[in-house]
Design a binder for this molecule. Structure first.
Ligand code: LMR
Length: 394
């Protein structure tokens, strides 16, 4: 049996992590995988997470199973964090999942179950694992224009034109904030136009929101998701706690199925429970419990929000510093987009050959499509990166 297996393509982001680890150069710079690092290059456990873990260790008296969709208190807290009061709680079916990827995977499975003919429209580019999972599940994908390689902003006209070709029942995958990999985002007027188009054409939105709090702030980053959820008949929302709670390895996420028709909720919720049971039975609890404790405790929540805001501001500061240094070295504003992008990533907008040159000659690691993890920088490495970009001829 095993001899029939075929080697699968390596995930580009994970392959880059490995290459970086194996590079003996001591001055190498990792701008690859989307993990926050502080100025010392450390991915810290957030203070509120540590405090919640300590409390959990003291209080938890059982590790028995919780429930197929996880603890309802986790769903309640996360729905409030993401959706605020945009839709009544009674309209939202939800299930805890292993990380945001688990939520994305379950959402795609639900789409295939409900409508095997549905195609999923994906931004060009999108997170590579979206495409990989969709292909694995045999779901047809259609790319819509998104990144304008001239302005490094959103090619909004192209996006609208391409989404205009979708048929009723097709799904549109959108990044709720902090677009991965480009860092380029729609403004609220553009979001409304996309919502109107989806409603006119009876398209189903699916939102992947993995970086709430990393862009313009916790509430600001949720605005688009709230606009969508309150203005369409139904949508799917896949959320991750990996980044904004810094609990990557705990695999903590939530999938929401939102319907304006509250009588639909029971079936949605049962379907999410069924899908969990088929794939891994009970979702992981540890990270979800920490998140619930933090969100439901005023002091822990305030401390978490403060630390998250510091993370956000530090990334904004690094963006501005890099854009300023590039402006100084190049004597032009052509890198100003780096300060305008939001979230953990910016797409530099250069060729794979240039990305390879940066790796080979300067020990700078970014994803082949020139996605940089801004959090991989610090005050020392910003000028080094800027100089390498200019010296390499980008
Ligand atoms: C990323 O895009 O780098 C992160 O979401 C990590 C991953 O799993 O790819």
């Amino acid at each position: 049996m095993f001899d029939k297996l075929q080697a699968q393509p390596a995930d580009k982001i994970l392959a880059l992590m490995k290459a970086f680890r194996e590079d003996p150069r001591t001055d190498k710079i990792d701008l690859g995988v989307g993990v926050y690092k502080n100025a010392e290059g450390v991915t810290p456990v957030m203070r509120a997470v540590k405090a919640a873990e300590y409390r959990l260790w003291q209080e938890q008296d059982s590790k028995a199973y919780v429930g197929l969709v996880g603890d309802p208190a986790f769903s309640d807290a996360m729905i409030a964090l993401i959706l605020g009061d945009a839709v009544p709680r009674a309209n939202v079916g939800a299930a805890a999942t292993p990380g945001g990827t688990g939520a994305v995977r379950q959402a795609f499975e639900l789409i295939r179950m409900a409508n095997p003919q549905a195609r999923v429209f994906v931004s060009d580019p999108t997170w590579p694992n979206h495409l990989s999972i969709l292909k694995y599940l045999g779901i047809e994908t259609v790319a819509y224009r998104y990144f304008d390689s001239e302005t490094r902003g959103v090619d909004f006209a192209g996006m609208i034109e391409d989404l205009g070709k979708a048929k009723a029942g097709d799904v549109v995958l959108l990044h709720g904030c902090c677009h991965n990999p480009t860092g380029a985002n729609l403004n609220n007027v553009e979001w409304q136009a996309v919502i109107d188009l989806m409603n006119e054409r009876a398209l189903i939105p699916m939102i992947d929101i993995a970086y709430q709090g990393f862009g313009d702030g916790l509430d600001a980053d949720a605005i688009a998701t709230r606009m969508v959820a309150s203005n369409v008949p139904e949508c799917l929302i896949a959320a991750s706690c990996s980044k904004n709670f810094g609990i990557y390895r705990e695999r903590t996420g939530l999938l929401m199925a939102v319907s304006q028709d509250a009588s639909q909720r029971g079936l949605n919720q049962d379907t999410l429970a069924f899908l969990n049971r088929q794939n891994y039975s009970f979702p992981p609890d540890h990270g979800a419990r920490l998140v619930t404790m933090i969100l439901n405790d005023d002091a822990l929540r305030a401390d978490w929000a403060t630390e998250l805001e510091q993370v956000r501001l530090s990334m904004l500061g690094l963006r501005q510093a890099l854009a300023d240094e590039l402006q100084r070295l190049s004597g032009s504003d052509r890198f100003a987009f780096i300060a305008q992008h939001r979230g953990m990533f910016s797409r530099l907008g250069t060729s794979p050959e240039m990305v390879e040159k940066l790796r080979a000659n300067y020990g700078i690691y970014m994803v082949g499509d020139s996605r940089m993890n801004i959090a991989g920088l610090n005050a020392t490495t910003v000028p080094i990166l800027a100089k390498a970009i200019i010296d390499a001829g980008i």
